[in-house]
Write a protein that binds this ligand. Structure first.
Ligand code: S3P
Length: 174
């Protein structure tokens, strides 16, 4: 039996949204991307929310969105890369479903992201590899310790990652 809810966590560019959508199709689950839900609700882009209201306001919206979707069944939830920074969010993730950490290097994340203007935390810092590496380093323990399953995505296409996530989900269910 599959878990009722799967949360995808990991750094920006890890493939949470792409993999999440494919995984949802495969399992017949619903899919939500928390960033997209926040954008739809506020009528603004993530970059605009950061610029106009600041990061703390965005984090509050992210927490609300997480709480809302953590209550729905048969869902794949792609979380923003910073969701694990908040202690309360980590507790919600762990208590509400199976948490899958998609691991990526800073170098590959930046290559996948391409246009960094949609990622305020990268564009504001100049978006260099050093900034991304430091942010990733600061968070990697939080990602690992929150996750039930860790999948290394470096060098893999989304379809192959989905395959491995599905296998791992079946595996921990036994
Ligand atoms: C953030 C990641 C972004 C978005 C926001 C902050 C972060 O989501 O929530 O820009 O703190 O790492 P993605 O991981 O989907 O890019």
């Amino acid at each position: 039996m599959m878990p009722e809810r799967v949360f995808l966590i990991g750094f920006m560019g890890a493939g949470k949204s792409t993999v999440g959508r494919l995984l949802a199709d495969r399992l017949g689950f619903g899919f939500v991307d928390l960033d997209a839900a926040i954008e739809a609700r506020s009528g603004r882009s993530i970059a605009e929310i950061f610029a106009e209201d600041g990061e703390p306001a965005f984090r509050a919206m992210e927490h609300e969105a997480l709480l809302e979707y953590a209550g729905l069944k048969n869902m794949i939830v792609a979380c923003g890369g910073g969701v694990v920074v908040d202690h309360a969010n980590r507790a919600v993730l762990r208590e509400s479903g199976t948490v899958v950490y998609l691991r990526v290097t800073a170098e590959e994340a930046l290559a996948r992201i391409g246009d960094r203007s949609t990622r305020p935390l990268l564009s504001a810092t100049g978006g260099g590899e050093i900034a991304a590496t430091m942010l990733l380093r600061a968070r990697s323990t939080l990602y690992s310790s929150t996750a039930d399953i860790t999948i290394d995505t470096v060098g893999s296409e989304p379809e192959a990652i989905v395959e491995r996530v599905s296998e791992a989900l079946e595996e921990i269910d036994r």
